[in-house]
Design a protein around this ligand. Structure first.
Ligand code: MSP
Length: 542
């Protein structure tokens, strides 16, 4: 799927007339370690980034989503060796068999997919390193300290907690609950400490650079407490699965320094300035809170050192928890996304995680909650609304959308709800409050359902004198459905496409519709409805 999109975008960027248009809305996901197959925590980041990108596109912006895989480093290497293979074969297999298929499973419309083992990335990382070395931001030194291979991160004593079970009496990584390793190496350092003041000023001048607020305060106090220089290379004596340091072939690049650069190497850093300028700075970089410091401290400092602006915003979302802890494969708590999509479909997956968990907060997944929301909100709330309205237009008006007569108070109230839903959802999206945007749209689903109950079209249909009133009521509901198809297309693209096939094709493709001010009366009276495929089929109790 992403390949088709990539092709379209290539055409777009090589057209000189179009490439002068305003900057695209650029969203990035973290790139995923390919030490294992994805679980729903990874899919969560992807879906949020995709909903955001699709929403901006539906508002008429050029939007661009980048995702990919983080393939170097000790963690991936050890996993490959542990599986009796080499890291290249291991990563090729996992990317092809697990990570690219994930995008299909949860219906991600990404414009590019970067692998850090691709030549386009490796070459540009070396250019970036050389630039920082030449300008004095990188120097040689020696490193002694703790390293967590699970996090691929250097750890201070204060980052460690007391271990338990097998690791009682030892200090362990707070995220992986495993002991850290002692490193004692000569390697290269990035002068991160030089950027403390500039970073603090950047946070102050750009109050929404780090979101949500709680995450921002944590990063600021971390930076205020002082920054140490960062070791950015690893000796080949220890392991050799990474990008060579360009001026010293005995060292490879620290995996995070390599990985963070994907956000610009994928869009032309060092090779295509026009493309880079049309996308960078990224508008929103979506990351989990565990990797916020890398993105809100190290990454902007790297960019500043290279003379590039930091992203406009880094959003640190919460974790999917199991038993109060971050879901993870290493703790054997990972649930594969297909376990959910095979039963409920990709739309339900996307809707559930975006609606049920406040974006920015932690949340727990439960089959009961998913199933209850699927039935009450998707199948009965939205799906049933669509099928009832279309069935009534078929029955009372031979499948042709009637022209409304005079709008009464109840009809105008629906129009107001629609207008408020669009305005509220749009402003929620501007704050990356995805759950809030969907909740606003749902006010229209709920109000349309109430409206049908109160207006009772089946009663109006009994009396020829109420024909005009029946037409107005059914036009109101059909127009409401049109608006819902457009508003929900970023969240539930498959169901809204089915709905569009029935009611909207006279207006063009669903992808050409714009989420604007919630104008009323866009659906032409006289539209002949097509058949409606069931939006959310019944799921058998298991
Ligand atoms: N490779 C690094 C990121 C490099 S970005 C330049 C990495 N990879 S990861 O595969 O471990 O995690 C990728 C993303 O998945 C992170 O944003 C992480 O927060 C997210 N999640 C992993 N487990 C998660 C949950 N249980 N819940 C929500 N998100 C989770 O870190």
């Amino acid at each position: 799927m992403h390949q088709r999109a990539q092709f379209t975008l290539k055409l777009f960027y090589t057209n000189p007339k179009i490439s002068r248009v305003s900057k695209s809305f650029y969203v990035t996901t973290p790139i995923f370690y390919v030490n294992d197959a994805p679980h729903i925590g990874h899919a969560y980041t992807e879906v949020a980034s995709d909903v955001l990108t699709r929403w901006h596109r539906a508002r008429g912006e050029n939007s661009y989503l980048l995702t990919g895989t983080d393939e170097h480093g000790e963690k991936v290497l050890r996993t490959a060796l542990g599986n009796n293979t080499d890291p290249k074969s291991w990563t090729d297999k996992l990317v092809t068999e697990s990570w690219l298929p994930l995008l299909e499973t949860i219906d991600i419309d990404n414009q590019d997919f970067i692998r850090t083992t691709e030549p386009r990335h490796e070459k540009a990382v070396q250019q970036f390193l050389q630039k920082l070395y030449d300008t004095g931001f990188i120097y040689q030194g020696s490193f002694q300290g703790n390293y967590c291979v699970g996090c691929e991160e250097y750890k201070n004593e204060s980052d460690l907690i007391d271990g338990s079970g097998d690791f009682a009496d030892q200090k362990v990584c707070a995220i992986h609950s495993k002991p850290v390793e002692q490193l004692n190496e000569t390697n290269y350092f990035f002068k991160l400490s030089d950027f403390q003041e500039r970073l603090l000023k950047h946070y102050e001048d750009n109050p929404t650079f780090i979101q949500p607020e709680s995450a921002k305060n944590e990063v600021i106090s971390f930076v205020r407490s002082g920054l140490s220089d960062l070791s950015i290379s690893r000796s080949k004596e220890r392991f050799d699965w990474g990008i060579d340091i360009p001026w010293d072939d005995q060292h490879i690049t620290y995996v995070w320094f390599d990985a963070l650069l994907n956000y610009i190497t994928a869009i032309g850093y060092g090779s295509d300035e026009a493309k880079l300028n049309s996308l960078w700075p990224a508008d929103v970089q979506v990351v989990g809170k565990d990797i916020l410091r890398f993105h809100a401290v190290i990454w902007p400092a790297m960019l500043m050192a290279a003379g590039l602006p930091p992203a406009k915003q880094v959003f640190g979302h919460g974790w999917l928890l199991v038993g109060g802890e971050k879901m993870s494969k290493s703790k054997l708590t990972g649930i594969a996304p297909t376990q959910i999509t095979d039963i409920f479909g990709s739309d339900a997956f996307r809707y559930y995680f975006m609606k049920a968990i406040g974006f920015g907060s932690d949340g727990s997944f439960s089959w009961e909650d998913l199933s209850a929301r699927y039935n009450s909100e998707l199948a009965n709330g939205f799906g049933n609304l669509a099928s009832r309205v279309i069935a009534m237009i078929n029955k009372y008006f031979d499948g042709v959308v009637p022209a409304p007569a005079e709008y009464l108070e109840a009809d105008l109230a629906i129009q107001k709800v629609a207008q408020d839903a669009v305005a509220g959802a749009n402003s929620a999206i501007d704050k990356v409050a995805i759950h809030e945007a969907i909740a606003k749209v749902w006010t229209l689903v709920d109000e349309l359902n109430n409206y049908i109950t109160v207006q009772a079209p089946w009663v109006l249909a009994k009396d020829e004198a109420d024909r005009d009133r029946l037409a107005t009521v059914l036009y109101t509901t059909a127009e409401g459905l049109r608006l819902l198809a457009v508003l929900l297309s970023p969240v539930t693209p498959k169901a809204t496409q089915k709905l569009w096939n029935s009611i909207g094709t006279s207006l063009g493709e669903l992808s050409e519709q714009r989420i604007q001010q919630g104008e009323w009366g866009v659906l032409p009276a006289g539209t002949k409805l097509g058949e409606l495929e069931v939006l959310f089929p019944r799921v058998e109790e298991q």
